[in-house]
Ligand binder design. Structure first.
Ligand code: 3PG
Length: 204
């Protein structure tokens, strides 16, 4: 099994995290891991993101990656901070090539057949389907999974606790991603753990 596939199969949901304050990183990671979500995607959208990755790596059981990796510079910063995998919203040959050369497990975003073919050209078969809900939803992914039968997906973008089971019921979907598990502001650890437990109980 490819390393990215074992990461995708760790839990049915990858929480997509926007960390505003690095001091929130450890309490959030502890609550998520306690609730059964071990794979954590910290988006590089805030100045605190890289410090958050470094801090979360100290939480036992957490598998910490970087999301919103837009270019090779972000990739390098994410790897230097200790990211164990990386996620991008889309796929370019430049970023894809750099990610593959680095050897880090990589989950690039795709929204259509051309994106997937760019990935296949690079030797990639595991993708984030993004933005999932507005790119045609499950019917679009089902159509894409026909010609691209060898590919596996993590739909993200507009996925909710309510819609996740339908996505997860489709065989090529190994997991889904979403921001719904962790609210904004000072982390409420009990609420995060409860939301994580609910998400972790979804059948993959
Ligand atoms: C992402 O970057 O994956 C999205 O921002 C997650 O989308 P969501 O907020 O709809 O879950």
């Amino acid at each position: 099994m490819k390393p990215i596939e074992s990461i995708m199969r760790t839990a049915p949901v990858i929480p997509v995290l926007v960390i505003e304050d690095a001091a929130h990183a450890v309490p959030i990671a502890r609550a998520l891991v306690a609730g059964g979500l071990r794979v954590l995607e910290v988006t590089l959208r805030t100045p605190a993101a890289l410090d958050a990755i470094r801090a979360m790596k100290g939480v036992e059981g957490a598998i910490v990656g970087a999301g919103t990796v837009n270019n090779p510079e972000d990739l390098k910063a994410a790897i230097d901070a200790g990211s164990e995998f990386i996620v991008s919203a889309g796929l370019t040959e430049k970023l894809g090539g750099a990610a593959l050369a680095s050897g880090i497990p990589y989950l690039p975003g795709v929204a259509n057949a051309a994106d997937i073919m760019t990935g296949l050209d690079l030797g990639l078969t595991h993708f984030k389907f993004f933005p999932a809900a507005t790119s045609g939803g499950l019917p679009a992914l089902k159509a894409l999974a026909g010609p691209f039968y060898q590919c596996k997906f993590c739909p993200t973008g507009g996925v909710t606790l309510a819609s996740a089971p339908e996505w997860l019921g489709f065989d090529p979907v190994l997991c889904v991603g979403g921001t719904w598990i962790v609210g904004k502001g000072t982390p409420d650890q009990a609420a995060i753990e409860a939301a994580a437990r609910e998400a972790a109980a979804l059948a993959a």
